[in-house]
Design a binder for this molecule. Structure first.
Ligand SMILES: NC(=O)c1ccc[n+]([C@@H]2O[C@H](COP(=O)([O-])OP(=O)(O)OC[C@H]3O[C@@H](n4cnc5c(N)ncnc54)[C@H](OP(=O)(O)O)[C@@H]3O)[C@@H](O)[C@H]2O)c1
Length: 313
């Protein structure tokens, strides 16, 4: 079969011949892959920088996707850390880490949406005690995870969602997704009185944002839960000790490890059916597997999520 193969962490994956997958334990099956998202997590798997990555090249990237099982049913699946991911014509899945999808769904839409939607969905449902009518600020709201976080927070009952990012033109589009207000990362004082921050950015911008928000808060005794979800601006943020002492701030992370794998899996059916029902605005661009190397290195430009689509036949 063919697959996207990483032969070195320094170069993008290439479309190459790869040995056929083999199911090795009970519950595992070989499936045809219909669509696999090129998420930031997949890029970090392919360049060896993700905190959960242990595999060495050669490896096939891809952490999730829509597959056809041996009975012909379509499933959304998430993979454990593995050297054989979903960016291949066929792969091996654990049936317990998958959910059967309704008939007639668009595999590309599901593959594009599930990972970014899962981030805020899991964070608000499994990581913090989020309650209806709370106010939510999203840092990095113009990306896929941020755009989904707006929609997830609204769906879960947030009374106000403020979208913050660095690109005013992209921020202007977010009212259409349900954002009540938007601001740049330099205007966060306007968004200081929220209950929850969903942070996809981290790095220096987060350190600045935290200082601006805490300084401008009308009531520093009011609880503020800051959920670290992504780190597009850098893996480290210099948080001053005063930030934690001068306000009722709690910083938590949400991702693989801080949320047990079984909790992710439990949330799959509800989220998959919400996405399949058209409950989220999804931007996806399908790219044939044969073009994976080009897709990997193409400039980002838009918020469309690239979805790699193997040819079946
Ligand atoms: N913990 C989880 O469960 C989970 C799940 C999914 C994703 N994530 C993480 O969330 C993060 C975002 O993922 P995504 O799918 O939204 O990626 P994405 O679609 O590529 O979007 C990236 C976003 O980051 C912004 N950005 C990039 N560099 C920045 C900088 N230096 N300062 C401020 N903003 C910057 C971009 O802004 P512009 O629009 O201005 O370019 C864009 O909004 C990644 O770190 C990803 O690994 C975590």
């Amino acid at each position: 079969m063919h697959a996207a193969v990483v032969t070195s962490f320094d170069t993008p994956p290439r479309y190459l011949e790869h040995p056929e997958p083999v199911a090795r334990s009970k519950g595992e099956v070989v499936v045809e892959v219909l669509a696999a998202g090129l998420h930031p997590r997949v890029r970090s798997q392919a360049n060896g920088s993700h905190y959960t990555s242990t595999d060495e090249p050669p490896l096939v990237p891809g952490i999730d996707g829509v597959v056809r099982d041996p009975t012909g049913r379509l499933r959304y699946t998430v993979l454990d850390d593995t050297a054989l991911g979903t960016m291949a014509e066929r792969t091996v899945i654990d049936l317990d880490r998958s959910v059967v999808l309704p008939k007639g769904i668009d595999p590309v839409q599901i593959a594009a949406a599930m990972n970014p939607a899962m981030s805020a969905w899991i964070a608000l449902r499994r990581r913090v005690d989020f309650r209806r009518r709370q106010r939510v600020l999203i840092l990095g709201a113009t990306g896929n995870a941020g755009r989904m976080a707006i929609q997830v927070a609204k769906r879960l009952g947030a009374s106000q969602v403020i979208a913050a990012g660095r690109n005013p033109a992209r921020l202007a589009e977010l009212a259409g997704l349900g954002a009540d207000q938007s601001c740049t990362l330099d205007e966060l004082a306007e968004a200081a009185d929220v209950d929850v921050v969903i942070d996809c950015v981290w790095g220096q911008p987060t350190a600045r944002a935290m200082a601006d928000i805490l300084t401008a808060r009308r009531d520093r005794g009011a609880p503020l839960t800051w959920i670290e979800m992504g780190s597009v601006a850098g893996p480290e943020a210099p948080i001053p000790s005063a930030a934690l002492r001068s306000a009722r701030l709690q910083i938590v992370g949400s991702g693989i490890g801080s949320v047990p794998g079984r909790d992710f899996v439990k949330e799959l059916p509800k989220l998959a059916s919400a996405v399949a029902d058209g409950g989220f605005d999804v931007r996806a661009r399908a790219v044939p597997l044969v073009e994976v190397q080009h897709a990997w290195t193409a400039p980002a430009g838009t918020s469309e999520r690239i979805v790699v689509v193997p040819e079946q036949g």
